[in-house]
Design a protein around this ligand. Sequence first.
Ligand SMILES: O=C(O)CCC(=O)C(=O)O
Ligand SMILES: [Fe+2]
Length: 331
Amino acid sequence: MATQLKDTPSASLPEMQELKTHNHLLGDLAALDEAWEMDGYWFFRDVLDKDAVARLRQHWIDELETNGVIDPVGNAATDKSVQYNGGSLETYPFRMEPIAAKRPWTSFVAEKPINDFFTHLFQDDPFWVPVVEYRATPPQQDTSKSRIDAIHQDGPFSPGIPFRICWIPLAEIDADIGGLILAEGLAADKFNYHSKNEAGSNAPIQLENIPADRWRRTTYQAGDVLLMNLWTPHTGIANRSDRFRLSMDHRVMAKGAKCPFVGKIEEISESHVTVVDANGRRTFSIDPETYVRNTVGQKLNGSEITNFHTPGSEVIIAYDADRASVVRPPH
Ligand SMILES: O=C(O)CCC(=O)C(=O)O
Ligand SMILES: [Fe+2]
């Protein structure tokens, strides 16, 4: 069934079809791998323990109450999201730094039913890459703008870290709230749909470069999870409802895959970085080809490296032997 989302006439959204569900493939690694290549995502409906999701969601609810943008919810259910009360968004933390600082993902993934689901999915322990975005997106303020945030693939921004994007709706996200849309069946050949801007960075993908019949969405519910291939073009869609969009995007991979090193910087120069984790200390070389990046994906060169990455801060490093191919912050 195709659905047309509301948009301004000047920047209309493509027609959308429903996402496939891949629940029937759970337990069959070969079939899952094939769908991963061919569809470019796995969408599992109603698989995450709803109490665990509700405990996670409570961090978002608390933050919205603290900011005075929702009325106190008391004991009311929040699984259909919460209404924006029109309160000022002037000091609103759009990137949800106060939630990020509490790292609520750590207790969420440690919940037994959550860990059990991902262990069953991978037939291996999950490895959670600490790249997490916490979203509590209010209704779009300027509705003359397009509803498309920025079409992108995550692959070109994290070369060498073969994680899977793990996008978790925390409450219902319907067509008006928007959520995530993706282009199905474009990941298998790992084609980079981005063109480069003047600075050499990846510019957002143009809507006309994606075949119009590929766009997929669904009405997401708490308990669903969408995993996305790094090469699947996707974008968030602006919220045109009167409620908040509550979601968390995380990155996960099987423990047996080529996991990055995650630790704290002990010492860093333009040519090497020494990092420590619970298992000890390691030094990786950095060269001009190493993609050392900041929080928004810009490549850092020369002294920019040590200005941004400093001793004590957390980093994620993809590597081959002792050479770092990617050095990035978690957020
Ligand atoms: O939730 C969104 O709006 C975008 C999420 C996204 O781009 C991602 O999880 O990679
Ligand atoms: Fe993304």
